[in-house]
Design a protein around this ligand. Structure first.
Ligand SMILES: [Zn+2]
Length: 476
């Protein structure tokens, strides 16, 4: 899978070791540039949400408190490294979505299990009271890890010291102390709970709330005007920041499809869990449905021409301003397609298809999302206009582009241009064959009931499928 939140550059900024006892002291922690980059984007998103959704003035005491919460969290995270703590990317799963904005809980137990996670801004769903935006106290895992590393132990022998440490470590199976670090996450993307910039024990619910929040922010941006004298580049930055937030939460949801929980339990640990636990099939289906609604449907991308014509770049010449050398116009069609394409490629990534194949062996009957179901669900969702056509067809530009990308991916599989399981190749071939048959019927019956774009698109799609299937037969 290609997803890496650090694509902008993974840079080790610090290596910190501790001289305290135990294996904790030998850990090497590293910080990455992406934490700063994405964390700043989270900070900007939260401030923008306060402005657009709550009408908070940028100079108000609420914004000051908000920034202080962020700085307190950031400082705690970095001080944690200096004390020898490694990242804990499982730390954000402490609370349910409903508990996140209950300050009685977050001020006493914590917003997250560990501030050593990359924690996103916590935004309440529409209509619900807002709690803390960032953790204002350290979490139960942090307290426990420091207890292990720094409790003074009056022992005469190493054996006695080890026994005391062992007693503290015995709590490791408690849910509040769950742990996953860099090597459980980077380049792996197996466990939706071991993730960065996610929040709550139910990411499906939380991410859907955030997708709705992003849509609400876009809607408010329609009527938002910069103050007199300010440039329209502010609107462009806000628009793009919301898009980044939207994409982040859609990507988080993809982790559920073919996902597995991974924990570091050892034999004899009290909770009796095995290291791998497949994500329940109903959650995988829910993830797929959510992506169909928020990514492949065009409902989320209903922007007025008035808003799109405000998206001007900054003309301020400065080394820190990338806008000045980017294209003048905001290429909205390309931006939407790039987003949809990246999510579609995630879902059909070869690694994920291998996992889905193997999960049929790793799960009991009827508890896995089989590849045929995934391929069919995507086909039905992306080619709806053709599959359900009965009174003429009109396919929008956004949907035609998405359909081309879907066709490209299936074609690459059939022509063996990507290394996917043989069953995936066969299913791609089958989906193309099915689509070809539907297109033949549709073009014969309805070619006078569609616009020129749609007719050309469908004719070309049919032609490409015929050639692909013919080429595939010749190569076999
Ligand atoms: Zn860090």
């Amino acid at each position: 899978m290609s997803r890496n939140p650090c694509e902008l550059g993974r840079l080790s900024l610090a290596e910190v070791t501790s001289d305290s006892h135990s294996n904790l002291s030998s850990d090497v922690s590293s910080e990455h540039l992406c934490f700063g980059f994405e964390s700043n984007r989270q900070l900007a998103t939260g401030a923008m949400a306060m402005s657009l959704l709550q009408g908070v003035n940028p100079n108000s005491p609420q914004i000051k408190d908000y920034v202080h919460q962020y700085l307190r969290f950031l400082t705690a995270h970095e001080v944690g490294h200096t004390l020898g703590l490694r990242h804990n990317f499982h730390g954000s799963t402490l609370l349910s979505p409903e508990q996140l904005n209950d300050t009685n809980i977050t001020h006493n137990l914590g917003l997250v299990g560990s501030v050593m996670d990359y924690v996103p801004v916590n935004l309440a769903p529409k209509g619900e009271p807002q709690g803390d935006y960032f953790p204002i106290i350290i979490g139960p895992y942090d307290q426990w890890a420091i207890e292990y590393g720094y409790t003074p132990i009056l022992a005469n022998t190493l054996y006695q010291e080890k026994q005391v440490l062992k007693e503290i470590a015995q709590r490791s199976g408690e849910p509040e102390l769950s742990f996953a670090t860099d090597e459980d996450f980077w380049g792996v993307f197996l466990d939706p709970a071991a993730n960065v910039f996610d929040l709550s024990s139910d990411m499906l619910q939380y991410s859907q709330w955030q997708l709705d929040n992003a849509i609400a922010m876009w809607e408010r941006l329609e009527s938002h005007s910069p103050r007199a004298g300010e440039g329209y580049d502010q609107v462009r930055r806000m628009f793009e920041t919301i898009f980044g937030y939207y994409q982040n939460h859609a990507e988080n949801i993809t982790l559920y499809i073919g996902g597995q929980s991974f924990n570091r339990n050892r034999i004899g640990d009290p909770n009796g869990r095995l290291p791998f636990e497949p994500i329940p099939v109903n959650q995988q289906r829910e993830a797929l449905n959510t992506l169909q609604k928020y990514v492949f449907s065009e409902e989320a991308f209903q922007f007025s021409p008035q808003l799109l014509n405000k998206l001007a770049p900054s003309r301020w010449q400065d080394w820190g301003n990338p806008d000045v050398n980017s294209s003048l116009e905001y290429r909205i069609g390309d931006r939407i397609l790039w987003f949809q394409k990246s999510i579609l490629e995630e879902i059909l990534a070869p690694t994920r298809l291998v996992r889905l194949r193997d999960l049929e062996l790793n799960t009991s009957q009827n508890n896995s999302l089989a590849m045929p179901e995934l391929f069919e669900a995507l086909q039905n969702s992306i080619w709806t206009e053709v599959l359900e056509a009965d009174k003429g067809i009109e396919i929008s530009g956004i949907r035609r582009s998405l359909q081309r990308e879907h066709l490209n991916l299936l074609t690459k599989m059939v022509l063996r241009e990507v290394n996917v399981p043989e069953d995936a190749l066969t299913l791609a071939w089958f989906q193309l064959k099915q689509l070809q048959e539907v297109l033949e019927r549709t073009l014969e019956k309805q070619n006078d009931r569609m616009d020129a774009y749609t007719l050309a698109h469908l004719e070309m799609t049919r032609d490409r499928i015929v050639k692909t299937l013919g080429a595939q037969l010749q190569t076999n």
